[in-house]
Design a binder for this molecule. Sequence first.
Ligand SMILES: Nc1ncnc2c1ncn2[C@@H]1O[C@H](COP(=O)(O)OP(=O)(O)OP(=O)(O)O)[C@@H](O)[C@H]1O
Ligand SMILES: [Mg+2]
Length: 366
Amino acid sequence: MCRVIAIANQKGGVGKSSTSINLAASLAVLERRVLLIDADPQANTSSSFPVVDNENCTFTIDLYNYAKDSINPFRTLTPNLSLIPTNINLANLEIQEKNYFGTHHELKHSLEDLKKEYDYIIIDCGPSLNFITTSFLCISDSLLIPVQCEFYALNGLFKLFNVFKTIKQEYNQNLDIEGILITMYDKRLAFSNVIVDQIKNHFKTLVFNTIIVRNVKVSEAQSHRKTLIDYDASSKGALNYLSLATEIIENNKNDEMNNDSLGRNLNQILEEAKNENDLSTIFERLPINKENKDSNYISKNYEKLIGLSKKDIKSIFSESFNDFYSDVWVFRINEKISYFKKNYLYIHFTNQKVEKYELTVFKRRE
Ligand SMILES: Nc1ncnc2c1ncn2[C@@H]1O[C@H](COP(=O)(O)OP(=O)(O)OP(=O)(O)O)[C@@H](O)[C@H]1O
Ligand SMILES: [Mg+2]
């Protein structure tokens, strides 16, 4: 049976296209018949393959104009991997159908035909929740969400979950979450692990075990119009994507069992999505929860600063007025506790690493 996986996150530059290309190529290497569809008018995925034969090949826009027997994907140099590339007409379609949200019947027919030919169809969506993205979500089996390992990574995810929920309730009740994929993990930044922990604590079983590391070969391969496996099969990135493909194949083998574990967590997340505009209140940039005045909670989190470098601290507290070379940095944390009290955090460095911290409340004179 064919599985249609849409790769989406309205946040730009989180690794959607890189994941689409390299997951598709990895599944193909593992001997699955794979079709990659470029559903982003930016055409990053299409341009990561050698020039496509314009004459006979079907483009993504053609899928919205169902004509049986005429769908002709482009055969890439990777065995088992075909591509439906995009061209600028897709952007025109986007403009025409600006206010449209829902199932597109011709697209659905086209996909039904294609599903007979492939084991996996991977769809690279653009960085918005527009007509094209939503129409593809209406015909997909699952949504794979790449999130970049950085602060604010999860901003906007509630919006994505709300769109997911609407589509599932009204247009495509089979739509599932394939998983949340952490991308561009950089072990040199000690804070990366804190972000990974936060994502895993919140999304639990929805998060893939595989994490994609930051690896320069990912962009190099694209500029050479090659998949990562073709460009450097032994690179960390290539191995990560192979491991992701294996994980997806395994998950789908135990389909029923897995759906249970996904579902348990998913309902809770969808429930929370109703009440929040954004995940930024849960995944605070600082290890401070503005809503939570419990000092134990705060100090427990500050422990995580110990041992971090100045660069790490700077990336956490981005608007810093501290002298980079000073060994004591100070930050005002929380909004005002009250009009008369302000809370400050002092960070003491020894040999460029955080040695200790202090929290001080200054009381203003009345
Ligand atoms: N694991 C990685 N290591 C290093 N660079 C990466 C990695 N993944 C992606 N990149 C680079 O980051 C940039 C953004 O990645 P990509 O184009 O895959 O994101 P995207 O979510 O598809 O972006 P858009 O929202 O614009 O479609 C690209 O230059 C890509 O080469
Ligand atoms: Mg992209």
